[in-house]
Structures are given as structure tokens and as C-alpha cells.
Design a protein around this ligand. Structure first.
Ligand code: GDP
Ligand code: ZN
Length: 308
């Protein structure tokens, strides 16, 4: 009869700080660990298996379990690297001020759809007042199928809708600097600053842009937060090649004449027709065209085997 291996563990990554990890096992025990081997790519949200090294008393991560979703950012070498894993919801935050950069928002939404995870639009700072022009812009997103939540990090009672939207999810806030993402985290997770402080000390404040932490929300759900997640640039080459992650364009494209239509200059293109008639929001179409150009440029730069 074999005895169970007491040295083996299975856990969720609840903190990643460079290569120093914080894990929580299935029994709820929290401990530090390191990936074993250079090639292992481990990020916050990952589910992992590993072993205790009895000689040094260290926990080693040996294996990353298959991810349900992963988000990628463009790195300095022109490639892509994993930002977070196993998210179920990407919450793209905007505010009346700073004024929304819609292309930034569209790029996040496209990254979420392409990665197979839900996205919602969070309009923060509602206490500043929401002009009707902003509301009109937001209608395009609701029409495309995204949920929209209005809230304010300034007033606790104005967070109920956001809490409800996050309750069953593993979510992350992304968006432009200054829209209130870290304020929202602190409003939703009262002890967030304490947890961050602990991790900072452990690694002497290095890797601040790659550090990330997973918080349990008091009302249910989990939130992954880090400076590097909040405003990462989604990797262009991870976009879904057909619609680039624009759900309304994906729906329209079934009526294009060419099955590989890129919806730019092709004849009999249902997407161009819809943009011309206003059935497709012209600014969403403009974002699509901009992303498509970036996508084509990147593929061209990567060499012939990637050329569309
Ligand atoms: P981040 O860069 O997206 O993380 O934004 P911060 O959380 O650092 O917030 C940027 C600024 O907006 C800070 O001065 C916050 O106090 C302010 N802020 C955040 N949320 C709200 C809000 O709901 N209402 C108002 N009026 N200001 C807010
Ligand atoms: Zn088309």
C-alpha cells in the first residue's frame, strides 16, 4: 500500500513578485515558494503543483496546471509575456476625468474577448457627474454586449453594483492612469495596503511593476491587482485573427462575401456597410482598423511565415 506523498502540494498563486511567489494550498495554508527551473512561467492566478524540499525547507513549484484564460502583454523584445492567469472578468475602468481614451479601452476589450474572458466597462468617479456625451459613447459598448457598471470609489454605497458584478468572478481592473483603479481596490478590499506592504518588504521593493497580488473580496470573488496589470499594453499578436476580439464585428462578419475578409477595403463587406450606415459604431470601427494595422505590421515584421 502506498502512503500519500506529504511533500507534494497543489496551490493557487496569490502573489507573484519577480520569481518569489506566495501560494495558498487547498487547505488554505499560505506559504512562500519559487518556481523550480528558469523556463517555468508562473503568474498570479495560476494553479500549480509542487514539492517541499526537505533539505532546505523550501517550496518548489514544478508544474503550472492548464490555464482557463491568460492575458499577455507586449514586452520590450517585441514578444509577449503572461500577465495574469485564470481571470474570468476584465474590468476596464474609465472616468469622466481623465477623459477616456477609447482606443485604449477598445484594445483591452479586444484582448479580453480574444483570451476568451468576459469584460465589463466600469465608469468610476460618478460623483463628478456624467455628461450625456459620455453616456452616448458608452451605449456603443452596451450594444456590443459588454456590461456597464457606474460607481464611485469615493462613496462606499456607490460600490454595491460593482461588488455584485465581481461577486462570482476572478477579476482585474485595467485602464488609463488616474481613473481610480487603485482607489477601487482599496475601497473593495479594506486591508489591501497591509498585504502589499508585507510583500514589498520581502523582496525589498524590487520588481514593483511585475508584482501582483490576489485578494479575496469580502462579498465573494477574487481580485488580482498590481501596477503592472493595471495599465499593461495587451499583446497584439495574441488577438483573435478574424475579428481581433470585437464581438459586434465577429457577428457581422458572417455576412461578408469572403470568409477571410479583414473588413478594410474588401468588396461586399458587411462590416464596412454597417460602419457606413451607423449600425456599427464608427469609432469602434476606427479602433478596429487601427488595431488591424498594428496587427498586420507586427506580422510583417515577424517574417514570412506569419504573414496573413
Ligand atoms: P489609478 O491610476 O487608476 O490607480 O488611479 P488612482 O486610484 O490613483 O486615482 C487617481 C486620482 O483619482 C486620485 O487622486 C484619487 O483620489 C481620485 N479618485 C479615485 N476614485 C475617485 C472617485 O470615485 N471620485 C473622485 N472624485 N475621485 C476619485
Ligand atoms: Zn468584411
Amino acid at each position: 500500500m502506498s502512503t500519500p506523498d506529504v511533500r507534494a502540494f497543489e496551490a493557487q498563486v496569490i502573489g507573484a513578485f519577480g520569481r518569489s511567489l506566495r501560494l495558498r494550498d487547498l487547505a488554505g495554508e499560505v506559504f512562500a515558494a519559487r518556481p523550480f527551473g528558469r523556463r517555468l512561467d508562473v503568474v498570479c492566478g495560476d494553479r500549480v503543483r509542487g514539492e517541499w524540499d526537505p533539505v532546505h525547507g523550501e517550496a518548489h513549484v514544478l508544474e503550472v496546471l492548464p490555464r482557463t484564460t491568460a492575458l499577455y502583454r507586449s514586452n520590450a523584445r517585441g514578444g509577449s509575456e503572461t500577465v495574469v492567469a485564470n481571470l474570468t472578468l476584465l474590468a476596464v475602468v474609465i472616468a469622466p476625468r481623465p477623459e477616456p481614451d477609447w482606443f485604449v479601452m477598445d484594445r483591452y476589450l479586444a484582448a479580453a474577448s480574444s483570451a476568451g474572458l468576459a469584460a465589463c466597462v466600469v465608469l468610476n468617479k460618478s460623483d463628478l457627474g456624467v455628461e450625456s456625451a459620455l453616456r452616448t459613447e458608452l451605449e456603443a459598448y452596451v450594444a456590443a454586449g459588454y456590461a456597464e457598471v457606474t460607481c464611485s470609489a469615493r462613496g462606499a454605497q456607490d460600490l454595491d453594483a460593482l461588488r455584485a458584478a465581481l461577486a462570482r468572478e476572478t477579476a482585474a481592473f485595467v485602464g488609463q492612469s488616474g481613473v481610480g483603479k487603485s482607489s477601487l481596490v482599496h475601497a473593495l478590499v479594506p486591508d489591501a495596503s497591509i498585504a502589499t506592504g508585507e510583500l514589498d518588504r520581502e523582496d525589498e521593493g524590487r520588481h514593483t511593476t511585475t508584482s501582483s497580488l490576489l485578494y479575496d473580496l469580502p462579498g465573494g470573488g477574487q481580485l488580482i491587482d498590481s501596477p503592472g496589470v493595471r495599465d499593461f499594453a495587451p499583446a497584439i499578436d495574441r488577438l483573435e485573427p478574424g475579428s481581433l476580439g470585437f464581438p459586434e464585428i465577429d457577428r457581422l462578419s458572417t455576412r461578408c462575401r469572403f470568409h477571410d475578409c479583414q473588413h478594410l477595403r474588401e468588396p461586399h463587406c458587411a462590416v464596412q456597410d454597417a460602419a457606413a450606415s451607423g449600425a456599427l459604431h464608427p469609432r469602434r470601427y476606427e479602433s478596429y482598423r487601427r488595431l488591424r494595422r498594428l496587427y498586420v505590421d507586427l506580422r510583417t515584421a515577424q517574417g514570412p511565415k506569419h504573414r496573413p
